[in-house]
Design a protein around this ligand. Structure first.
Ligand code: ACM
Ligand code: ZN
Length: 721
């Protein structure tokens, strides 16, 4: 007998699914893998508490159950005393038992079950490993913002995202519905909002736009409700309102007729805060919004509202006086507080971006912290709730050079500055998918796989282990394939580290993911396998390509410029901005140039509102004949070429002589993104020190959408030859 029992154990051990086969994202709080499997088949029965009728229907459809007879059973049972989203999933060979206190808890468990299913179309007649799971979320707000304004997204696409959120236990879709570039929600009382405001004329003359009818929205809401995902609509006040003003010009300070925005960025035309009909409009719109959306929270934006118009508007100034306000910031606070009263009167709560803190926070507002963590910290310390979505970790419209999978995974939503009690005000977090550079077909590529890290940050509550997470992500990809997700890279696939020493560049190529292989080519010579750092001793073009699982995985190209200042020390008389440091103190002489596509590529150094003033030490008296400093301009991101640039030389580092001053002639509002070099040529210049002063234009001018804000200087290299 003993002998046979031994054989039996051995057999079971062989078929016992390993922990690796049970691959869940987000990782459950508690999981125990058992022997054997539950055989799901046509005859599997489904019994459920009547409270879970909807969820049972969802599951029946999902599993294609015919409920033909009694064989084994799925049970959805009520268990008293659990938190809203908490559940127990206990799978034995005979029974698949899911228990929760609420339908939401059951739905979270159903999604876990969904991840346990094999990735093939017909899921009936399959084996589900025996596991015992007890799961619940760390945070109650686990959201994603979807901007359907900069690019309109079809309602089917929005529903698909709701499903993908549910699959990963995210529970909030923050639906961004109004913007400068498009108003997307039908409002009966103001039909022009969608007749005019939903459409913009693109640069090529084409008409772009779209909107959701109330019926569309009800359909989307119904779809979300089924999956226990809350939709929080965002209707922006008082900024990002150009589309509304284009529809009803009386809503602005000037009353001038303007076009729906066709450029990205921030516009200075915002709702007039001195005009009572603006508040009537706001109330009418929000009443219709509340009629449609059942969410406790209504997001009212509040971000990026330049005060330029208000400062120059008689009506706004009159309001400031009458209401005893100090300035335009307090006027914004007045505006938001009026919205809050309306929402509260209707049993709703206001949430807004962290700018709503400026000039005083509305009494019971929730703050969404995006410009770093400070907004969330200030809110929590003053007893207000906060949602964390700092640009440092949560902006999935940003490139992987700004935020990659690992960085998102290591994001901690509770700032260290908060006490335990204050931390209770952090309801959770959101990843933000702004769509300026992402029409619907590119959204998957930006959101996935980073959202896998985000859902785990917000759901799971244990010590981080990136290796474990990373290996689960690899096994999760077939599930994403099955769901038709067109996911992107995990990090920038190929980067380089270039050091200039002893007159040569030493180049290390860095793989963005383990298991990658790299090849490179210098000046289009034959490709070589990359094994270790290599040297380059002259100005060159470097290309690299990557492979993962034998498939192409990323490309890389870099120009290395060897010139007389390469690698030389720079002294900064004015410090560069911490947010755009580039390559630090070596940036301007590192021999590496920035691109025109992406000013966040790490090769630019930024100066906000200040001049640039640097001194390069060439180590010894050197003869040269050209000086060339290259700046970047993109007026919509407030990055403007310097007004002028001056070159000075010195032999001792103390007495400088101006050798050239160049006035910039490129218009501030010139279209597009481009680089411009300020070149000076003269035979036989002799100096050890070169001082370069680039004068900022200072504040953005009247004609700029963000008039009055500080302009940026962006510079990549000072080339001396
Ligand atoms: C924001 O990204 N402007 C909230
Ligand atoms: Zn005004």
């Amino acid at each position: 007998m003993k002998y046979w029992a031994g054989i039996l154990c051995l057999t079971i051990a062989c078929v016992k699914p390993t922990l690796k086969e049970v691959n869940l994202i987000p990782k459950p709080q508690k999981i125990e893998i058992k022997d054997g499997a539950f055989s799901l088949n046509f005859n599997t029965d489904l019994i459920f508490d009547s409270l879970f009728y909807q969820e049972a229907n969802y599951l029946k459809e999902l599993l294609n159950l015919k409920l033909n007879g009694k064989n084994n059973t799925i049970e959805l049972l009520k268990k008293e005393g659990l938190q809203e989203e908490e559940f127990f999933l206990n799978i034995t060979k005979e029974t698949l038992k899911l228990e929760a206190s609420t339908p939401t808890g059951i739905m979270r468990g159903v999604q876990t079950l969904r991840q346990l299913l094999p990735t093939k179309t017909n899921v009936v007649t399959t084996k589900i490993p025996c596991v015992s799971i007890h799961d619940y979320p760390r945070f109650s707000w686990r959201g994603m913002l979807l901007d359907c304004c900069r690019h309109f997204m079809e309602k089917e696409f929005v529903m698909r995202y709701i499903d993908l959120l549910a699959y990963h236990k995210m529970n909030v879709l923050h639906w961004h519905l109004t913007e400068d570039q498009g108003w997307r929600i039908e409002i009966d009382k103001y039909p022009k909002l969608t007749e005019i405001g939903a459409w913009r004329t693109e640069k090529d003359g084409s008409n772009y736009g779209g909107f959701y009818t109330k019926e569309d929205i009800k359909e989307v809401l119904d779809y979300a409700k089924k999956r226990h995902v809350t939709i929080v609509p965002e209707i922006e006040f008082p900024g990002h309102s150009v589309a509304a003003i284009a529809s009803y010009p009386y809503l602005s300070c000037t009353g001038d007729s303007i076009n729906v925005g066709a450029e990205w960025g921030v516009y200075k035309d915002i709702y007039c805060a001195g005009n009572d009909s603006v508040f009537t409009f706001m109330e009418d719109v929000l009443m219709e919004v509340m009629e449609l959306f059942p969410s406790k929270y209504i997001h009212i934006g509040g971000d990026e509202a330049p005060k330029y118009r208000w400062e120059h508007c008689e009506k706004c100034q009159k309001r400031i006086k009458e209401e005893n306000l100090h300035d335009a910031h307090e006027l914004q606070s007045y505006f938001i507080t009026r919205i809050e009263k309306l929402l509260n009167k209707n049993g709703r709560k206001l949430i807004g971006w962290d700018e709503i803190l400026e000039g005083g926070l509305a009494p019971s507002a929730t703050v969404q912290s995006w410009r770093g963590e400070e907004g969330g910290i200030t809110a929590a310390k003053s007893g207000h709730d906060a949602i964390m979505s700092p640009t440092s970790h949560c902006y999935f419209d940003y490139g992987l050079d700004a935020t990659d999978l690992k960085e998102v995974y290591y994001y901690e939503p509770i700032p260290v500055e908060l006490t335990k009690d204050e931390a209770k005000h952090i309801l959770g977090g959101e990843c933000n998918m702004w769509s300026e550079r992402a029409p619907q077909e590119l959204v998957d590529n930006k959101v996935f796989p980073r959202i896998l890290a985000m859902c785990e940050v917000l759901w799971s509550d244990f010590e981080k282990d990136y290796d474990d997470f990373y290996s689960r992500v690899q096994k999760h990809y077939p599930k994403l394939d099955f769901l038709g997700v067109n996911y992107g890279f995990e990090s920038v696939p190929i980067t380089s580290k270039v050091v200039f020493n002893n007159n040569i560049f030493t180049v290390s190529l860095i793989k963005g993911s383990p298991n990658m292989k790299l090849e490179y080519s210098i000046n289009n010579e034959p490709w070589k396998k990359y094994v270790s750092p290599f040297s380059i001793d002259s100005t060159s073009n470097l290309k690299a390509i990557g492979f993962k699982n034998k498939n192409p995985y990323g490309e890389f190209e870099q120009e290395l410029i060897k010139h007389k200042a390469t690698g030389k020390k720079i002294h900064y008389n004015i410090p560069y901005d911490k947010s755009y440091q580039g390559n630090g103190d070596r940036n301007l002489t590192d021999g590496l140039l920035g691109s025109t596509e992406n000013f966040r590529d790490g090769y630019y150094q930024g100066f906000s509102g200040t001049d640039m003033e640097v001194i390069i030490d060439l180590d010894k008296i050197t003869t040269f004949s050209t000086i060339q400093t290259t700046f970047f301009q993109y007026y919509l991101s407030w990055i403007i070429l310097p007004a002028s640039i001056s070159y000075y030389i010195s032999e001792d580092g103390e007495n400088f002589e101006e050798i050239k001053s160049i006035i910039n002639k490129t218009p501030i509002m010139q279209e597009g993104k481009f680089k411009h070099s300020f070149l000076f040529e003269k035979e036989n210049i002799k100096a050890q020190y070169l001082k370069v002063i680039a004068k900022t234009i200072g504040k953005l001018p009247e004609e700029h959408p963000a008039a009055g804000s500080d302009a940026w200087l962006f510079v990549d290299e000072i080339i001396i030859n």
